[in-house]
Each structure stands twice: as structure tokens, then as C-alpha cells.
Design a protein around this ligand. Structure first.
Ligand SMILES: [Zn+2]
Ligand SMILES: [Zn+2]
Length: 365
């Protein structure tokens, strides 16, 4: 059975809460449990539901999956979701028993650390990356056998990759399953090894990839490119490549999820009379009006100038401009006179014409 979209499998929206996902999973797991459901597809369906739940119930993995859904699609080498097979195996066999039955082990996952700018993280970009990887051997096509020869079915386990031993004990028959020592679980053996890879089925090469960075990605996010990790030995499935994204901070803008924050200040007179300021956005500077009578801490919101939502394409957060009012700590004579005139006019009682500092100095003298 092909593994479809995890959200579809569980019958939940992409925005579903953790509680909703859990509820949907419980309901479906009861319905499709192979002990209960005799339909032929029950076993596979049950596995797939479990897989979807394992990913969607873990916030970090769910995010990774969401990112992959948006970004990885373009970099995905094969059609459909075939690449998920390796995750599938990690849940149901690969890591649990440590042994895969009757076929070669999968290749390792790889991690690539990629640094991008603040703007690139918000607007999205394309990056070319290059890295060394154990790739499928081109001489033998990955099976490890010298061209013109074929791997043969392991005679010790008949291709099963495991040996079953039956022991009679007081408690009844015990079945003991071990990995076949001859083929090491592959189920096949290479009699005449390929000379290029010495029967390994893979060689070290440099790989160059175009990675699509979706708009809205953030520090610490990972993009999963299935099948771009290490090739498995002797034709085993390839691992995944995880591109771990690192974002260089912006000099003036701060990011909080989908919101951008710009903190600035205007002068006393600007706040009272109004002015226009230039605000940096990821698309360039923008003129923003500061209205007369602006109070310290006022927030001006630039709608849709924040960060795109990864989960809701087309939607974007806002840019919040926080305007503080800078009270001058020093006044020239002209400024002081002007402010005194202002105080007079508005009936504010102020210190006489000397500042506090001047009076302190005067006492000491
Ligand atoms: Zn080879
Ligand atoms: Zn064997």
C-alpha cells in the first residue's frame, strides 16, 4: 500500500491540534488493528497509521514533515512518497530489531549544515550544496556483483536473511530468530565481487544538489531530502539527507515566529508633532507615518510584512514597529529656551533655569 499524506491518513487538518491528532489516531488504530480487523489491507493500514502518528505527534518531527511537504517535493528524486520507505523501516524493523529481514541494510542519514541570510529565510531561496556521499556504485549498479555476474540467493537461509531455531522448553516451543551469518541478513550473497566497490555496492563521490528553501523557514529547521543520504550497501535503500538550516540574524529586525519586530525611537518634537520614519523590511525600506501625539511604546503594525506561514501558504505575519520616544539628556541653550517657552505655554512647572546637574555643581563650588 502506498503511504499517502500523513494528515490525510489520520483524517485531520494540517492545522489540527495535538489532541485532535491523538484522538484521530486512537479511533483509527482501534478500527484497523490486525487482531480486530480481518480485511487484507488492515495490517498495512495499521502500520501506516502508526507511522503517521509517530511523526505528527512529535512537534519537531511534525515540523520537519511539514517543511518537507513544501520544500522537499521539488528536490524529491522519485515520484510520490516512495522515499518515505526508510522512515517506515526505521519504525518497523530497521531500528527495533536492528536487523532487516532478507534484504540489505539501508544507508545512513546525512546532515548538512546550511547558513542562509535572514531575508532568505523569510522570502525563501534556492541553494546549491555539495557534499561527499557514499553513492551507488556505477560499475555494478549497486548490487556489488562483478558485471556479468549476479548475486545469488543465500543457500544457508534461502534468502530469508534469518535463521529460525526451535527449542522445546518447559513452557512450550520457543522460536529463536537470528540473522543469517552467511549473508548477514541480505538474503543474497555476492560470489564475484565488483572490482570498483569491492562488493560493497557503493563508492564515495561528490554530490551537488539544488535545495529549495521554503519561505518562512527558521533557525534549527531541517529539510529532509529522501534518498539523498548514503546509499545502502549492496543495493540497500538510501538514507535521507537532512539539511539543517542556520539563519544569520538581522541587524535591525528581530523575529518571533511569524512576526517581525523593529524597535526604534523618535525625538520629543517628532512624537508630539508627527513625522515619517524609514522602516527596514525584508523587501527594502518603507516609509511609515508616526502620527502626532505618539506615546512611548506605541506599536505600528505593518500587516503582511512579517514571515510567511509554513503551514498556511499565502499567509504572512506582521511587522511590528515599536516606537519609543527619546527624551534628550542634554539641551543646548536654544533647545532649553524653546522647552521653557513650551512649559510656560502649557502651564507645566519646571525647575528654574538651571538643570539639576548645574545645581549640584553649584553646591559643591
Ligand atoms: Zn560495484
Ligand atoms: Zn543467508
Amino acid at each position: 500500500m502506498a503511504i499517502g499524506d500523513y494528515y490525510e491518513l489520520l483524517g485531520v487538518e494540517r492545522t489540527a491540534s495535538e489532541a485532535d491528532i491523538k484522538k484521530a489516531y486512537r479511533r483509527l488504530a482501534q478500527r484497523w488493528h490486525p487482531d480486530v480487523n480481518q480485511e487484507p489491507e488492515a495490517h498495512d493500514r495499521f502500520k501506516a497509521i502508526n507511522e503517521a502518528y509517530q511523526v505528527l505527534s512529535d512537534p519537531e518531527r511534525r515540523q520537519r514533515y511539514d517543511v518537507f511537504g513544501v520544500a522537499g517535493a521539488q528536490a524529491e528524486p522519485g515520484p510520490g512518497f516512495g522515499g518515505f520507505a526508510d522512515i517506515f523501516d526505521a519504525f518497523f524493523g530497521g531500528t527495533q530489531g536492528g536487523v532487516r529481514r532478507g534484504r540489505p541494510a539501508a544507508g545512513s542519514d546525512l546532515r548538512y549544515d546550511l547558513r542562509i541570510t535572514f531575508e532568505e529565510a523569510i522570502l525563501g531561496t534556492q541553494k546549491e550544496i555539495e557534499f561527499p556521499v557514499l553513492a551507488r556504485c556505477e560499475t555494478c549498479g549497486g548490487n556489488g556483483a562483478k558485471p556479468g555476474t549476479e548475486p545469488i540467493t543465500c543457500p544457508q537461509c534461502n534468502g530469508r536473511g534469518e535463521i529460525r531455531g526451535v527449542r522445546n522448553t518447559m513452557l512450550g516451543q520457543m522460536i529463536n530468530v537470528t540473522t543469517c551469518p552467511r549473508c548477514k541478513g541480505d538474503g543474497r550473497i555476492v560470489e564475484t565481487p565488483c572490482e570498483t566497490c569491492r562488493g560493497e555496492g557503493r563508492t564515495e563521490r561528490k554530490r551537488t544538489l539544488q535545495v529549495t528553501i521554503p519561505p518562512g523557514i527558521d533557525e534549527g529547521h531541517q529539510i529532509r531530502l529522501s534518498n539523498e543520504g548514503e546509499a545502502g550497501p549492496r543495493g540497500g535503500l538510501a538514507g535521507s539527507l537532512y539539511v539543517a538550516v542556520h539563519v544569520t540574524p538581522h541587524q535591525a529586525l528581530r523575529r518571533d515566529g511569524t512576526e517581525l519586530i523593529y524597535e526604534t525611537s523618535v525625538g520629543l518634537a517628532q512624537a508630539a508633532l508627527g513625522t515619517t520614519i524609514l522602516v527596514p523590511t525584508v523587501e527594502g525600506e518603507e516609509s511609515v507615518e508616526v502620527k502626532s501625539g505618539t506615546q512611548p511604546g506605541t506599536e505600528i503594525r505593518l500587516r503582511g510584512k512579517g514571515v510567511p506561514y509554513l503551514r498556511r501558504p499565502g499567509q504572512r505575519g506582521d511587522l511590528h514597529v515599536i516606537v519609543d520616544v527619546a527624551v534628550p539628556s542634554r539641551l543646548s541653550r536654544a533647545q532649553r529656551e524653546a522647552l521653557e517657552a513650551y512649559a510656560d505655554a502649557s502651564g507645566e512647572i519646571v525647575t528654574e533655569s538651571t538643570s539639576i546637574l548645574d545645581r549640584v555643581r553649584g553646591k559643591k563650588a
